[in-house]
Design a protein around this ligand. Sequence first.
Ligand SMILES: C[S@@+](CC[C@H](N)C(=O)[O-])C[C@H]1O[C@@H](n2cnc3c(N)ncnc32)[C@H](O)[C@@H]1O
Length: 422
Amino acid sequence: MKKPKLTARSAAAHLLDRVLGEGRLMSDLIAGGALDPLAPADRARAQRLASETLRGLARADRLLSRHLRKGPPLPVQNVLRLATVELAQGGESHGVVNDAVDIIGQSPRHANLKGLVNAVLRKVAEEAPRSWNDLRQPGLPDWLRGPLVEAWGKGAVTAMERAHFAGAALDITVKSDPQGWADRLGATLLPTGSLRRSDPGQVSALPGYAEGAWWVQDAAAALPVQVLAPQPGETVLDLCAAPGGKTLQLAAAGAEVTALDLSERRMARVAENLARTGLEATCRVEDARAHQGGPYDAILLDAPCSATGTIRRHPDLPHAKDGSDFGALITLQAEMLDHALTLLKPGGRLVFCTCSLLPDEGECQVEEALARHPGLTVDRAALAQPGIDPAWITEEGGLRLRPDYWADLGGMDGFYIACLRF
Ligand SMILES: C[S@@+](CC[C@H](N)C(=O)[O-])C[C@H]1O[C@@H](n2cnc3c(N)ncnc32)[C@H](O)[C@@H]1O
């Protein structure tokens, strides 16, 4: 039998099937080769289509429910959702509807639903563009909304949901000459020194990518290294380094970097990124809790976490996860922090950060570390960096970043950052 043709749209539909059907993360599916048969431009398009559909899922389901008496099987529902979001966003209706019908027609199990898909999408094509913006803003699932409302209040969480729905621009960290690269890339220079380009396009085709003049990194994710302020020649340990955005910043600052990560596959990405940018670091595949090198002048601990601060960029996360693994992550973060503190030179500093919106993975970790380690202090002065709003500084002396901050500039990832010293 002829293999169905993989297109950006059919690949996007498969991604949705696995995120929504199997609870898989899109980044894992892509790293596992899900988009490899596509050309680079189609890979970027498939990922964008799947992400947009996940952001608009609740609205798409609302519109579709008006024309479906009972829910079709998940793969059919996903093709309908994908097409609905494209139509709502001004996609050319003939092409969108025909492609959706073709995808279903190529599925032996669902080809009999071609007529239904065609009929439903013709109605949606008329309705979606005009009613889309009147539909309720999609919200977070209860398992995550509850703890966030408890931490930040209802109004803040609604603002975060607005930021999640709006998605994220392409943020870039440059090795040098930020204003020059902003001009060349048609990007804005943000107050903290990152560049922001509203149209992500195909990243690898942008000027400066191949020669390694810059790398993709959310503006919030660039701040932990600014807070650590690595100096030329200092020994710096980057625990949990992969895929390496912060390793590149440390190396670009002239530090002698040891970059470590548990995952061999993810560590290969660090090596690729170092090679592309012509920067240097000693790379190790190791459990952060077992590392015995040093002592180091400075340590960056970008600990594994719920990643709930990155939902603007990873709209699959609330659908693929349910919070059940967060307790184990919180324990792991505390173990890593305790071990990392033993690797510091006297007078050295450690930046602890997580891309999480949950205080248990940020503010509480630091409060508890201070209670466990007599003499440990929080270095508030380290937070005095360009573009950092003093209102973001927390009671215990860390920095709380949220997706609803910088609303007029297009938001930022959620992060928690604190600089600790004995
Ligand atoms: C938040 S990511 C790091 C992002 C990275 N710092 C960057 O800026 O690109 C967390 C990393 O922790 C790694 N990790 C998880 N458990 C680990 C452990 N026990 N020891 C070392 N690394 C671990 C994961 O493989 C993952 O790459």
